[in-house]
Design a protein around this ligand. Structure first.
Ligand SMILES: Cc1ncc(COP(=O)(O)O)c(C=O)c1O
Length: 267
């Protein structure tokens, strides 16, 4: 049903977007994008694409909605919009802003937000939940007053470097996408530019490795589409352990590939 109301276009193809806007712009209300795809390997819009999309939205009178549910208060204090230097008309936030407490936020241009309550309904069971609001207030205070986001970005950068070293030593092609605080890891030289690229890629190495990492106590996402999200509580000891076990897991996959047997060994 919803499919009939949506035009899906591949990320990073501004020409295709313009073609759709040209043909259907008069009936399109909004362009919705998650510039770093938090549920698909952190595949990212390029800066050029996002700016082109912004310009096209302005030209065709279409609202730009940016989903910052995963990137907000993580990739920068001002989210992916600060990172890319783009401003949406409406945007959503959640996850990191409550540091685990259930909260979500819709923000945007004043003239649009003022429509709430005037024919546009906004409400929900947990709307204005005081505990979640208190958690978000404290989280935002900590993010404003400490280098927490820098810390997770640095950790993620070191983790990427460590992973690269382990894979390079074994001649395993790989690449990363997204932001170091939420990295997508691919076992190919070029990271996908959009979902279709990912869907046609070979992710068996990751799928084989993830259960080994779990057995070794590293709880990465078993689904290769989920990026690796860094938590501020992770420290240098954590990083060293993660890399050591990552190396073991890679060795187990290589061993398994040399002599295919049971899906994976435990212990
Ligand atoms: C990037 C992104 N956007 C939107 C949502 C949906 O949020 P909600 O469950 O609050 O509708 C999620 C859920 O995890 C998400 O990861």
């Amino acid at each position: 049903m919803l499919r009939a109301l949506v035009h899906a276009t591949p990320m990073n193809d501004a020409e295709r977007l313009e073609t759709v806007f040209k043909a259907y712009g008069h009936e399109i209300a909004a362009f919705l994008i998650e510039p770093i795809m938090g549920n698909c390997c952190s595949i990212s819009a390029t800066r050029e694409y996002l700016h082109a999309a912004r310009a096209l939205c302005d030209r065709y009178g279409i609202l730009m909605i940016i989903d910052e549910v995963k990137t907000g208060f993580r990739v920068a204090r001002g989210g992916v919009q600060e990172l890319f230097g783009v401003k949406s008309d409406l945007c959503t936030f959640a996850k990191a802003m409550g540091n685990g407490y259930p909260i979500s936020v819709l923000a945007g241009r004043e003239d649009i937000m003022r429509k709430l309550g005037k024919g546009v309904v906004h409400g929900g069971t947990f709307t204005c939940h005081s505990v979640a609001l208190a958690a978000a207030e404290k989280t935002l205070e900590i993010l404003a007053e400490t280098p927490a986001l820098q810390t997770i970005a640095e950790y993620g950068t070191k983790m990427r470097a460590g992973i690269s070293q382990i894979l390079r030593q074994r001649g395993i092609p790989h690449s990363f996408s997204g932001h170091p605080s939420m990295s997508g890891l691919f076992f190919s030289e070029q990271a996908p530019r959009n979902y279709r690229d990912w869907a046609s890629s070979d992710y068996t190495f990751y799928d084989t490795m993830a259960p080994h990492l779990h057995d070794l106590g590293i709880l990465c996402e078993p689904d290769s589409r989920e990026p690796w999200f860094v938590c501020e509580a992770h420290d240098g000891k954590c990083l060293a352990e993660t890399l050591e076990r990552f190396e073991t897991a890679v060795e187990r996959v290589l061993q398994q590939n040399r002599s295919p047997g049971p899906a994976h060994q435990t212990g």
